[in-house]
Design a protein around this ligand. Sequence first.
Ligand code: TNX
Length: 611
Amino acid sequence: MLAFPASAFAQKSDPNMGIIPAPVSVDKGKGVFKFTSETIVMVDSPNHKAMRFFAEYLRKSNLALSVTDMSSLDKKKVNTNKTIMLSLNFKGDLPPEGYELKITENNIELKGRGAGMFYGIQTLIQLMEKGSIGDATIPCGTIKDYPRFSYRGMHLDVSRHFFDVAFVKKYIDVMAMYKLNNFHWHLTDDQGWRIEIKKYPKLTEVGSKRAQTKIGRAAGPTSVADLYDNTPHGGFYTQQEVSEIVDYATARYINVIPEIELPGHSLAALAAYPEWSCDAAKTYKVGETWGVYDDAFCPTEQTFNALYDILREVMELFPSKYIHIGGDECNKVSWKKSQFCRELIAEQKLKNEEGLQSYFIGKIEKFVNNQGRQIIGWDEILEGGLAPNATVMSWRGEKGGIAAAQLGHDVIMTPGSGGLYFDHTQSKSSQEPLSIGGFAPLEKAYNYDPIPSVLNEAQQKRVIGVQANLWTEYIATTGKAEYMLLPRMLSLSETAWTPKDKKDYKNFSEQRIPRHLLLLDQAGYNYRVPVPLGAGDSVLKGNKFRIELLPPVTGAKIYYTIDGHEPTENDMVYTAPVDFTVPERNTIIFKSIAITASGKRSIVNTVKMEN
Ligand code: TNX
């Protein structure tokens, strides 16, 4: 006999009070704070960014509460019962980005400075139960919280597919809800240049459009299976839109890091300005398929000057201390063919084309440093010698990150092997949508530890954080982008924020995720509905079985069949554990599906019970 684990979904019994990412410390209290018509929200710094965010949140919510400036009140006369008090002007220190939140039946007190206040507000919002005056409550407790890593990043590739301003804002919103603080915006690549550059208008006039896109998942540019969709694709952000997004993110304590890819992944720019390539006589067209192209920026004076001009405009638009300059997957074919490059290698006494890559990155870094900024590059920037102040994003496993940390460079961990490539598939089922492949289920990013154990203490400090990437070769719609992002981004959030010893996947996936998925639903996000909890695809051996399931989303229904058919809402509704006795040499096939209140569906899960 085999039984599925019976784990009661009870948020009330959750030691983390349902909060994602799990806080550093939670001391649960008894009772709830109730919102009534007498509740007042008092702030001591109404013009503070976080306070303005909260005021706006309250204005849009059903709570109809406004924010009162404490200085406008006679403090002695204020009844501190029924108040929610947000203060920045308190004595003592909190850890960077930290906050303290105390909820009693009488009042709520939130202390935090800067981002800390903002994150305290996010926690408060997550704790809110029901939405309107009269029935809204917050459970009592005391929370002390601050992040494990200072860099908590989420990336979005808008080159392979373009996503409009409204979607980018929605993406930033959900990042902010889960306390992520760096938005890595992959703005340029072979398949599209997406940022307006005033000095070089052809970058967007020509470089932001491709004539068609490869269908399905075939090999890269040299593939012979040439099937295309015959549909033009394009789009770009004007500088004004870029500024609007930067402001929007800044209001949510999110830094926006622009990525301008060089020297490789630059075909869209070369289609616009072939004179920046090593063979200006060649015609280049904006990439229509995926993979690594042979063309790259040529390291001439002319190209560098153009890149400096571009970066100057980029730095005007982005206040970020970091500017991402790419650096990955430059295969150097065009450099090897170039007389100019051979001569430059000799003249600069470089070893080979690897040395030239390092020379290229070094010059760009020097320029960026001279403007008071720092570069981030993918781990290939280690090849041929690392630019002196660069921060490395380790994506091809952890090797690059480890080497960089050992050299004393800052590192951001974002390895595919850590489940941080959200373009990889979320389950092995053929019911998943087309993806680039790989395998990155929810628990993989959750269980990833960004600090490699081979690093000594000083080197470990070089790992400033962790990031997940959403590459969009196979993601053409916002719905699919959200499906690939969520709920995995919540795993990233907890990996980036929560102390390692407080992480607990069972608590996360069974007690907290279901409610968050309902909240995300209500906030208008798409996501992947996990299969009914307790129902992994499996083959069980024996004669007596009990199937015990829990809805993966609060309020979702589970339907099942035992006749081999794909379950739908026309089938049996799971309400209580089901027992089976399987006769000898027989098999019962139990298939289940979860369907949320809004109609989102999980994939079908199959359990075979064999005797
Ligand atoms: C590798 S990650 C790339 C991207 C692709 C991605 C697909 C990195 C630095 N380069 O150009 O989109 O794989 O997973």
